[in-house]
Design a protein around this ligand. Structure first.
Ligand code: NAD
Length: 477
């Protein structure tokens, strides 16, 4: 059993103010795999005080020096990639190859992309040539609370920590209590890279405790949050009294519009993307909206692809999906699959219950529903499991209407070989990101949503700007 009860505060691993043990459960076995501590107000006060004290020096550290430390972090991250992959795989159930090749690799990619963006970023620049001595300074906002989810833990942690550090903010990270181990490995990396004491601090805890304490804290200047829309609303309300800035990256219910002229791989690609990471991705294309002419064929292909996806323990190498993160999620997904059946959607793959031979562990069958109506619960709620809904449409206008008819607006997908249609539909979709024909955005592109998917944009210069206050100065030449 791993025991990791300490927090990283002011450059040291220190004992918590109170012993409040919390077991981390291995989702592949349902057995406890680690014990951590859930922090309390004393821990939050200590971490925030350390970040506040470190802020003036860090803010005035030349950007080139801050960037040089991120360069060191990139090297340390590379050297400890296997430790990171093992921690992620154990705590949240990602199969080890996925943990290595996608989860851990995403963190490395974000660090590299921020380094490129930071070198181009103008922290100070002239403003109006007609007003002598007028210039703009992009200054760090101050102490940032970073609150992250468990589903792609290093993706979110690196997107926030590196952007905040480059901007000149100091910070307190509170990772999800489901996935604390990877963040503790990351804290060791920050320490090894040599960030000054207090710039980066880590406290474990749950949302109701440490999460709320950080959000309400008068010395925290902003909250950068990734997680559910439910928690995003609570955080916005809790932050209101201190009027701190809140940057939100929330849930999604991605539409994947498959037009009749889509390429031959479009449906397979869509199913695999939906099921990747056991369906636990905010940007998963969970609603496949298919033009009537190719609908029957798409349902047949999706059924075959889902039935061919293997499910197994996270520790096993190879190409399969792992369990979902915990019992609450497992039960929620089972319940939603049953609701889909009850509402009259046609179950064509998977269904309730565990896959054959997997009696222990939070394993869910790759599930596909056809003939889904966009008003059904399975088309409206974020399921966060390997469950795909297929919805038919007749013409472009109807397809766009169904895609946009959701409270979410994170990532949508378009499959067509007609470039004019691709551009038209991409413009019409109310989502922060649109991917055409499986073409990925690339690491430094802005990641974020519209509507109830949030208001932040992470990655590249947009990610740095989330942590910036803009100051205009005019006067002496
Ligand atoms: P969650 O909202 O339950 O928890 C996320 C984090 O917030 C955790 O650290 C949790 O402890 C904390 N938290 C919960 N309630 C809080 C509160 N009231 N105050 C302060 N902190 C609180 O989400 P989750 O189950 O960990 O993650 C899954 C969700 O995250 C999904 O909805 C998914 O779509 C979303 N997500 C969004 C993005 C994005 O970039 N848009 C990326 C990944 C995940």
């Amino acid at each position: 059993m791993i025991e990791k009860r300490q927090f990283y505060i002011n450059g040291n691993w220190s004992d918590p103010a109170q012993e409040r043990d919390h077991q981390v459960i291995n989702p592949s076995t349902e057995e406890p795999c680690a014990i951590i501590t859930l922090g309390c107000d004393g821990d939050v006060d200590a971490a925030v005080a350390a970040a506040k004290a470190a802020f003036p020096d860090w803010m005035n550290t030349p950007p080139a020096e801050r960037i040089a430390l991120v360069e060191k972090l990139a090297k340390v991250y590379e050297s400890r990639a296997e430790d990171m992959a093992q921690a992620i795989s154990l705590e949240m159930g990602a199969p080890i190859d996925l943990a290595r090749e996608q989860q851990t690799a995403a963190g490395a990619g974000h660090i590299a992309a921020f380094l490129a963006a930071a070198k181009e970023y103008e922290f100070e620049h002239p403003h109006d040539p007609d007003t002598p001595g007028s210039y703009i300074r992009n200054e760090p906002i101050g102490v940032a609370a970073l609150i992250t989810p468990w589903n792609w833990p290093m993706n979110q942690v690196t997107l926030k920590v590196v952007a905040a550090a480059v901007a000149g903010c100091t910070m307190v990270l509170k990772p999800s209590e489901e996935s604390p181990l990877s963040s503790m490995v990351f804290a060791e990396m920050m320490d090894e890279a040599g960030f000054p004491p207090g710039v980066f601090n880590l406290i474990n805890g749950d949302g109701a405790g440490v999460g709320t304490l950080l959000t309400e804290h008068p010395d925290v200047d902003m909250v950068s949050f990734t997680g559910s829309s439910r928690a995003g609303k609570l955080i916005s309300k809790a932050a209101a009294d201190t009027l701190k800035r809140v940057s939100l990256e929330l849930g999604g219910k991605g539409a994947n519009l498959v037009f009749a002229d889509a390429d031959d791989d479009a449906v397979k690609r869509g199913v695999e993307h939906c099921m990747n990471n056991s369906g636990q991705s905010c940007n998963a294309p969970t609603r496949m909206i298919v033009q009537r002419e190719v609908y029957d064929k798409a349902v047949e292909t999706a059924t075959q692809v889902a039935n061919s996806i293997k499910v197994g323990p996270a520790s096993e190498e190879g190409d399969h999906i792992g369990p979902v993160v915990n019992e609450v999620q497992f039960n929620k997904i089972q319940d939603l699959i049953q609701k889909g059946i009850d509402e009259g959607a046609r179950l064509v793959a998977g269904g309730v219950g565990r896959p054959d031979g997997l009696n222990r562990g939070f394993y869910v069958k790759p599930t596909v529903f056809a003939d889904v109506n966009n008003a059904m619960i399975i088309a409206r709620e974020e399921i966060f499991g390997p469950v795909l809904s297929i919805i038919p449409f007749d013409d472009e206008e109807e397809g766009i209407h169904i895609a946009n008819n959701t409270p979410y607006g994170l990532t949508d997908y378009v499959q067509t070989q007609d470039p004019a249609r691709a551009a038209r539909v991409a413009r019409a979709l109310r989502a922060g990101m649109v991917e055409v024909n499986g073409q990925s955005r690339g690491m430094g592109a802005p990641f974020g949503g519209m509507k109830q998917s949030g208001n932040g944009r992470e990655g590249g210069p947009w990610g740095i700007e989330d942590f910036i206050e803009v100051k205009s100065v005019s006067g002496y030449d």
